[in-house]
Design a protein around this ligand. Structure first.
Ligand SMILES: *Cc1c(COP(=O)(O)O)cnc(C)c1O
Length: 359
């Protein structure tokens, strides 16, 4: 059957991108963040490729960790959101998963656990993100409580997460690093601060472990650069085909609500790709699309199954021709910027209708 809309996952690029992490942080261990179906690239597919290349995995939810264990992965796996009830904690223990411990709610459950097997925890300190974690003022009390908690493997580990690391000029990151170091400097146990932006822009954040997410997929964590400019290679490219080419006259509108009007007579290409595939609904007029390798502008509203592009009056493109929505020669960062979003949402948002092809 002909493939209409499909995404290609370039597994070799994963290896290249891990090498880029290694050269940025030669003395740190790498935890590959593969939450949310490996940022839309396929959890098990990506884990299999990364297995021998990284030192551990991180996922958001217990179920993601369990899925990795059931598939046979033996690596250390950290569950970033932790647990909210006893059964989840039991799953973490049974499957040998490590956990980010960020609340008194969790600590109370831990203390009630009668299990003999110990659990590896990462004490999460809130150094300014104000999302998950214990505040600096609570640190010593939590620390002592955990030391006295039988089920917690000693020494336990420490982590924090940056709020603004993608802004290289924002002094908040340095404050977060400073606070984390002050609180944990006398503690044994492993430490982890950096996400992709930390790895690339904040050298002081490179401790025992880094948590590399978006850059593994070849995407820049910064709003002002592309993965290519950082010597990363995109892992996902998104493809489809022209399904129709039509003539329009000057002054005609296109698509729902007529948000674009042709300034001259031209040819329009209709592409089988829409928000039902994960293409961003808010992509503006002018968002670049590659038709037969040539950049043309998106025109009119993105609909569920289709977009329209202005091919130009002299175009020879025809139904069946190849279209690329993002990939090596069309940075996803650019598509995100044209859609008032970040590339993270684009890769995570590709829907099950899109066929995945490994390359
Ligand atoms: C998602 C996540 C990361 C990875 O962030 P990137 O910007 O994708 O590198 C690291 N740490 C935590 C706690 C996360 O939730």
């Amino acid at each position: 059957m002909t493939r209409i809309a499909y995404a290609v996952i370039h597994l070799k690029s994963l290896r290249h991108n891990v090498q880029q992490v290694r050269s940025a942080v030669p003395t740190s261990k790498i935890m590959a963040v593969i939450k949310a179906n490996a940022y839309g690239h396929g959890l098990l597919r990506v884990a299999k490729k990364l297995n021998d290349l990284v030192d551990g995995f991180a996922v958001a939810r217990v179920q993601e960790g369990v899925r990795l264990r059931k598939a046979g992965f033996k690596q250390r796996i950290l569950v970033l959101e932790g647990f909210i009830e006893t059964e989840e904690l039991q799953n973490l223990i049974d499957y040998g998963l490590e956990v980010s411990l960020h609340s008194w709610h969790q600590l109370n459950i831990l203390e009630q656990q009668v299990e003999q097997k110990k659990i590896t925890i990462w004490l999460k300190i809130d150094t300014g993100m104000n999302r998950l974690g214990f505040k600096a003022t609570e640190f010593h009390l939590v620390y002592e409580t955990l030391k006295a908690c039988d089920i917690v493997k000693k020494p336990f580990n420490f982590m924090t997460h940056f709020a603004n690391a993608d802004d290289k000029k924002d002094f908040k990151t340095q404050q977060q690093i400073q606070l984390f170091k002050e609180l944990t400097q006398c503690c044994d146990g492993e430490k982890s601060m950096a996400n992709s932006a930390g790895i690339l822009a904040w050298q002081d954040s490179q401790t025992d472990w880094v948590r590399a997410g978006i850059m593994l997929y070849g995407i820049s964590p910064f709003p002002d650069s592309t993965g290519k400019q950082l010597n990363l290679k995109p892992v996902m490219s998104l493809h489809s085909h022209l399904i129709a080419v039509r003539d329009v006259l000057e002054g005609e509108t296109v698509g729902y609500s007529g948000t674009w009007t042709s300034q001259t007579a031209t040819k329009l290409g209709v592409v089988a790709m829409g928000y039902g595939d994960g293409y961003p609904r808010y992509a503006q007029n002018g968002t670049p699309v590659l038709v037969n390798g040539k950049r043309v502008p998106l025109v009119g509203r993105v609909s569920m199954d289709m977009i329209t592009v202005d091919l130009g009056l002299n175009s020879t493109a025809k139904a069946g021709d190849e279209v690329i929505l993002w990939g090596e020669n069309l940075p996803i960062e650019e598509i995100a910027a044209c859609s008032n979003t970040i590339p993270y949402t684009l890769v995570c948002g590709v829907t099950p209708r899109v066929e995945i092809i490994e390359s």
